[in-house]
Write a protein that binds this ligand. Structure first.
Ligand SMILES: [Zn+2]
Length: 473
């Protein structure tokens, strides 16, 4: 058992919740007990308080077998620690420096691991031309398993270091290399959905599937992911988007998702030209969203990337079918796709999370996506002559519990709560976030969220296991 005591930052109904002296006991990867300072007691017989002024010596118990992490707090008298040690078999106390804090892990609900080698380049074209010029040629290289293995291991290591404890990944059309992505997540200890991309038309001849063999490959991949019985990494049905799929393929994938009880991820309404192409390709469908509904893709949990140009009827449909939107503000700007009105989606009851959408987006960090989401919301409110934009607290919720809802994992992750998996980050203002009089705790937390990067993420836990970061000193 591990115990985390200190400042706990969670998304809350009315903004970020900051509880300075919380106790979280972690057992078998889950937060098994949770209390704030007022109830921060370890129970009978003496109700020993863990949080009390006094000793802060991290080497209080040498020869550690287990580990207690104490953040911000000052540990109580030796007799109290002896009592704690006896009751929970805890032998080591580590004290986090003041101003460090715990948050839930970040959730990236839309990104292309296969495009990671192109991150930061090729952003001079709009979506459809960008795909042809830069993206399809890169993705075609994943036929080479050595190339795939190197790229995927590097990508997963990078996103984990950036605090992404859960990622929804697109691979490529190649089944074997998509298995490499699955294995990369397993090796690194990241929670993930991994998709083998399906695309059987309107694609270059060097990077396209035959309809029937593509369906077969998608089914084989999904069956293989199921056979792995991995508690953290799962398969996901992944038609690229309506433009590059035939109706036969979309329908077969919808059926497959139902059969395997698997979620679905795809793109929708990212770019005006794309929306027009879909309208011409599917004259019988009433809208872009209707294309997916008719194919049965909304019968399963569906993660829809972008959704910038959805009309009111489509939003109603998305909400009714319990699908969610992956908002990818950086790629929306960099591919000049548009600005998604997230407040409109949230007001209408659609779950929204954040995606980095590499390499349409040039950052692999959800902290970056969170800041971008805030800026885009401000620009939209400026354009509309309104004063109401998302707040940073709203964007932090999108990055954590919002993403968990979109991925259908809100009962397991997205906040640090009793019974949920301990997917968590330890954040520090060091290095680079200067403060000498931080004011209220929320000002310090806001500073780190706004200015911090992977160097400020000292520890990344997935299901209670330390998987990235230099760790606790
Ligand atoms: Zn994408």
């Amino acid at each position: 058992m591990e115990a985390f005591v200190g400042t706990l930052v969670n998304p809350g109904e009315s903004g970020i919740s900051i509880v300075p002296e919380s106790l979280v006991l972690v057992e078998n990867g889950k937060a098994s007990s949770f209390s704030s300072r007022s109830t921060c007691r370890l129970g009978a017989p003496n109700e020993t308080r863990l949080v009390a002024p006094g000793c802060r010596n991290p080497k209080y118990f040498p020869n550690a077998r287990r580990r207690v992490i104490l953040a911000v707090v000052e540990v109580g008298r030796s007799s109290e620690l002896d009592d704690l040690r006896g009751r929970y078999e805890i032998d080591e106390v580590s004290v986090l420096p003041e101003a460090w804090f715990l948050t839930p892990g970040l959730v990236d609900v839309h990104t292309h691991a296969s495009q990671y080698p192109n991150i930061g380049i090729g952003l001079d074209l709009p979506l459809l031309e960008w795909l042809d010029r830069y993206t399809f040629p890169l993705e075609a290289k994943y036929l080479d398993l050595d190339f795939a293995s190197t790229a995927y291991n590097t990508c997963v290591k990078r996103t984990l270091g950036n605090g992404t404890t859960t990622a929804c990944y697109f691979g490529t059309i190649h089944t074997e290399s998509s298995k490499e992505l699955f294995r990369a997540c397993q090796r690194a200890g990241q929670r993930a959905f991994v998709g083998k991309v399906s695309m059987d038309r309107n694609s270059p001849e060097y990077y396209v599937e035959d309809t029937q063999s593509g369906i077969r490959e998608a089914r084989d991949f999904l069956r293989w992911t199921e056979d792995q019985k991995d508690p953290l990494v799962k398969g996901i049905v992944t038609p690229r988007f309506a433009v590059t799929s035939t109706e036969a393929s979309l329908e077969a994938l919808g059926e497959m998702a139902r059969t395997f009880h698997a979620p679905v991820q795809t793109h929708i309404s990212e770019n005006k030209s794309e929306v027009e192409v879909v309208r011409r390709m599917y004259p019988d469908a009433s809208s872009y969203a209707d294309v997916y509904k008719r194919a049965g893709l909304f019968d399963s949990k569906c993660i829809l990337a972008h959704g910038i140009y959805l009309d009111d009827d489509e939003i109603e449909l998305v909400k009714e079918r319990k699908a969610g939107i992956a908002h990818c503000p950086r790629s929306n700007s960099q591919l000049t796709s548009g600005m998604c009105d997230v407040r409109r989606l949230l007001r209408k009851g659609v779950p929204v999370g954040l995606g980095t959408d590499m390499s349409g987006g040039s950052a692999s960090s959800i902290l970056d996506a969170m800041r971008q989401a805030w800026e885009i919301s401000k620009l939209l409110s400026l354009q509309a002559g309104e004063s109401e934009a998302l707040t940073l607290d709203d964007c932090f919720a999108l990055a954590t519990i919002g993403g968990a809802r979109v991925a259908g994992l809100e009962d397991q992750i997205g906040s640090i709560e009793k019974g949920k998996a301990f997917d968590a980050l330890v954040l520090s203002p060091d290095p680079g976030v200067d403060f000498w009089d931080a004011g209220s705790p929320d000002q310090l937390v806001h500073k780190v969220l706004m200015l911090g990067d992977d160097r400020n993420i000292k520890a990344v836990f997935v299901a209670g296991r330390l998987v990235a970061g230099p760790g606790i000193p």
